[in-house]
Design a protein around this ligand. Structure first.
Ligand SMILES: [Zn+2]
Length: 243
């Protein structure tokens, strides 16, 4: 985790942590250590000791991509402990009645389902952002990457593990994938899923950008920025005639 609590119950971000002080898990209260790895895939973070009994047994990745996403939201919205019927989990971002989960590493459909069920039972809408850059590919051997102009269904899978990217997303979820087009970070919003694969909202040439996403979910951005739903609404007629 990137935010722990100190002995006075203050939330402390990893970059402000003092190695001579003690920090605790906001979920289970166990003492944490500072794991000082510095790479793109693992940033310095707070970690449980081995044999931890923490009830939050979900796999939270500690990548730079993950940290960068969390930092786009106000501190008080990051790594928020959500409690329901005696079970506790740490949401990547909780803003209003929306939980946003950022997923950089392959996730099993089982854990995906568990997280959705938990947060939905708590009364939240769940929004996912998956890092697709170099990680998610089309399952079709002839396809090159993920084409934002592609209108037909695409099947996506995690590259590293040979598992399908997602199996059964519920209609209550909002799912985005993020990747780069000509060095720019763009996002695609999932429209629906069928046995043929995934279909995304087509908003080209208005790519969905990170700031459009932030606007949609209540983070502070320039008031002139359009939200994802506004862009989808404004561009839907352009492609109506295309089957
Ligand atoms: Zn814990």
């Amino acid at each position: 985790m990137f935010i722990a609590i100190d002995k006075d119950n203050n939330r402390v971000e990893i970059e402000n942590a003092d190695k001579t002080k003690e920090y605790f898990c906001p979920v289970c209260g166990e003492k944490l250590s500072i794991r000082a790895k510095e790479s793109i895939s693992v940033k310095t973070h707070f970690a449980h000791k081995r044999n931890s009994q923490c009830v939050d047994d979900w796999n939270h990745d500690m990548s730079e991509w993950h940290l960068n996403w969390q930092r786009r939201f106000p501190t008080e919205c990051r790594e928020v402990v959500i409690e329901h019927n005696g079970t506790k989990h740490r949401a990547d971002v909780c803003i209003g009645k929306t939980i946003i989960e950022f997923q950089h590493s392959p996730l099993s459909s089982e854990e995906f389902g568990k997280r959705n069920e938990f947060y939905t039972n708590c009364g939240y809408k769940v929004v996912w952002v998956f890092d697709a850059e170099g990680k998610i590919a089309s399952c079709h051997p002839k396809a090159y990457g993920i084409d934002p102009n592609e209108l037909s269904f695409v099947e996506l899978c995690w590259k590293r593990k040979n598992v399908l990217f997602l199996t059964k997303p519920s209609s209550k979820l909002e799912i985005f994938i993020q990747y780069k087009v000509e060095k720019q970070d763009i996002m695609l919003k999932l429209k629906n899923v069928s046995s043929k694969g995934f279909k995304f909202y087509r908003t080209y040439p208005n790519y969905l950008l990170i700031e459009n996403f932030l606007k949609e979910y209540g983070a502070n951005v320039d008031p002139r920025v359009r939200s994802v739903s506004v862009i989808i609404e404004q561009t839907k007629d352009i492609y109506k005639s295309i089957p």
